[in-house]
Design a protein around this ligand. Sequence first.
Ligand code: URA
Ligand code: SF4
Length: 245
Amino acid sequence: MSRNKKMSVSSEALSALWQILDDVEQYLAPTSEREREQVPLFSDAEALDADQGQAIGQMDLASLASQVVSCTSCVLSEKRAHPVFGSGEPGAKLMVVGEGPGEMEDRTGKPFVGKAGEYLDAWLSAISLSRIHDIYITNVVKCRPPHNRDPEIQEVAACLPYLIRQIELIRPQMILCLGRYASQTILENQKPLRDLRGTVHRYHDIPTVVTYHPAAVLRNTGLRKEVWEDLKLVASYLDLALKTR
Ligand code: URA
Ligand code: SF4
């Protein structure tokens, strides 16, 4: 396929996803504060499991996790060793969202346990956050894309109800998106990451900051300055001390 053709296919696919997201949003958006209290916050994410008895939007974290273990809603289920649901403190003030499991994560079933995860821990500790106590961490897709390829638009769309429900249950004070996939998916925006970072957005009522993926920064250390600016934004919003060595 020519490069131009490829680009037009992927931008069509992205437009289709934003359309789906807009439709879901319109259908679910509460119209007043009073209604907001009465209906699920973001989504009843009912799509996936009518046949299994419980809608995703009704599930608690434990049932959601077991649903993911047996999920076959997209082709990523075929080659995964372990789905990676997410981990951390259910009362976390910060929810971190990455792209998808890599090799180590697929092997262990845990998010961000490889090199990128170690680097992420250093970022978090620079703003006085500990992964164990303060963070809930997950990914846009819960199963590893083979050879770490980018997730396809249909895979992101199939997995999205899980992420939406996780956010709804955790209700973090802030969301930090790592990389283009998490940022564009959560913000429903196709702009490049460099245009989305550096400011506080909202996912519904939740302040949301986006920055580069730690794996990208390991490859291109020139991005560190921007990441530090974004982390300082998180720190200032959550009133966290900066730890400079
Ligand atoms: N990269 C991600 O985006 N998520 C992980 O869990 C690991 C690496
Ligand atoms: Fe299901 Fe998500 Fe895994 Fe696809 S990536 S099989 S939607 S859990």
